[in-house]
Design a protein around this ligand. Structure first.
Ligand SMILES: [Zn+2]
Length: 474
């Protein structure tokens, strides 16, 4: 017997009863997915280490200082209130926060990578499936009822994933974020949030999963299209249900009271013909001191949501400028295009799945330790995603970040056209300083991870747009 067959028979350690080795010369799916996940891990660790080096610097980069000087020039600030002075004063705190997050990131990524590899090699998938079958049988169900077994299997997988990530999220929230005064959540609120999300996952996940299994069991050449249509409807429903029914379970949304700020935002909406139906302030400060703003809604029924933390961090004209940027995303159809791109990606992924189940079904199951006589639909989808799609996800993620940064520049330019160049610049600077944003990011790291361009790049682009004397809209 030569080495390849020996290897294929040894791993995963746990195999289902009735398991038979993959056919001679079959593609080694398990080994392939392990190699790819190691490649991704090494690449991301390399980027983390590059970033760590930048986080050791004790002086702000000269380009940042000269850019901030230019912003200050427009705002006529003095030596103590200038953004440049504030950035110098906050630089070390922001670097320290960056280092703490980076150390945590490196540790948790390494630990979770090792856990994931160990689970794959040990045969956690077939083990969990057999455990799910036993649960169904013990509850008086039929072991051959694959939909029931699939649902229990999915439930166990979610719980296992939760168990795996819980220590890390606890440490991040109550140690890393707390040390830098960002964490505002209490252990009780943290626990309540977790339980609520798990209950929601079960309530929404179970029917959706049952529908997907029902479709997959019917198969056919157009399987990918039916699956996509189902997920498309779920996504559409989610867009409607999430802000109105789900988000309020976690936060309080109060209409912004009448006053100068509300009048200013409504004037902006009228000016650009944005169909604003409601303006909310959400109590983000219950959990974190970080700030945000976003908008949602279909057609002529749009709402804007601002975090209460955001209102405290910037002045009114800056807030209006930031919302001008948000409306830029709407005006240029970024939200809609993002949704469309995601759906096309989903469709392509499911098309690949349709081909893979037909072409490699039995070998895929065998290489992950499953007996290949049954091949339940949910498992074939999960194995396909594990073996082939996870690496592709990283490439897509990279492309999406690039695209997102491009959209951010466009939305900034839109705010400049509205005449908010100065207020947008000071607003962005304040948000970056308040949130201890990285002032010295590594170019490769940010190209891979950042969905928003680094502060210096945004400020320079805004100045350039302003300098080009872009025609203002009115
Ligand atoms: Zn944006």
């Amino acid at each position: 017997m030569h080495k390849r067959t020996m290897y294929a028979q040894d791993f995963p350690l746990y195999k289902q009863a009735g398991w038979t080795p993959p056919a001679q010369g079959a593609f080694p799916f398990l080994a392939f997915s392990l190699v790819l996940s190691n490649v991704v891990y090494l690449l991301e660790t390399y980027l983390d280490l590059r970033q760590r080096k930048r986080l050791q610097a004790t002086e702000p980069p000269p380009l940042l200082l000269s850019t901030l000087e230019q912003v200050d020039g427009g705002a006529a600030a003095d030596a103590t209130t200038s953004l440049r002075a504030k950035a110098v004063a906050k630089f070390n705190t922001s670097q320290e926060y960056g280092r703490a997050k980076s150390a945590f990131g490196l540790f948790s990524a390494t630990a979770r990578h090792l856990i994931e590899m160990a689970l794959l090699l040990a045969g956690a998938h077939p083990y969990l499936w057999d455990a799910a079958t036993r649960v169904v049988v013990r509850c008086g169900g039929d072991a051959a009822h694959t939909t029931k077994v699939s649902l229990v299997f999915a439930g166990l997988s979610v719980l296992l994933g939760e168990l795996e990530s819980l220590p890390f999220s606890l440490y991040f929230t109550f140690v890393v974020e707390a040390r830098h005064n960002f964490n505002k959540t209490t252990p009780a609120l943290f626990l309540a949030d977790k339980l609520k999300s798990l209950a929601l996952t079960a309530a929404i996940g179970a029917p959706v999963l049952s529908a997907l299994i029902w479709i997959m069991d019917r198969g056919g050449d157009l399987l990918f299209l039916y699956l996509w249509a189902c997920l498309f409807l779920v996504a559409l429903a989610g867009l409607t249900i999430y802000p109105t029914l789900i988000a309020p379970l976690f936060n309080a949304y109060a209409p912004l009271p009448d006053g100068e700020l509300r009048a200013a935002i409504e004037a902006l909406a009228r000016r650009v013909r944005f169909p604003l139906t409601e303006l909310y302030v959400v109590d983000g400060s219950r959990r974190s001191a970080h700030s945000n703003a976003y908008m949602y809604g279909f057609g002529r029924n749009k709402r804007i949501v601002m975090f209460d933390t955001l209102l405290k961090q910037v002045e009114q004209p800056e807030l209006v400028a930031i919302l001008g940027h948000e409306l830029g995303h709407w005006e240029m159809g970024h939200t809609l295009r993002n949704f469309a791109v995601t759906q096309v990606y989903l469709l392509a992924m499911l098309f690949g799945y349709g081909i893979a189940t037909v072409a490699v079904g039995a070998d895929l199951f065998a290489s992950f330790g499953f007996a290949s006589d049954q091949r339940p639909a949910l498992l074939s989808l999960i194995l396909y995603l594990t073996a082939l799609m996870t690496p592709a996800d990283h490439v897509i993620h990279l492309a999406m970040n690039y695209w997102s940064r491009h959209c951010e520049f466009q939305a900034d330019e839109y705010a400049v056209k509205l005449g908010y160049a100065q207020a947008l610049q000071t607003g962005l600077c304040k948000l970056s300083l308040e949130n201890l944003g990285n002032m010295n990011p590594d170019p490769l790291y940010s190209a891979y991870h950042y969905s928003h361009p680094p502060l210096v790049e945004r400020l320079s682009a805004i100045m350039q747009a302003e300098g080009r004397g872009i025609k203002k809209v009115d």
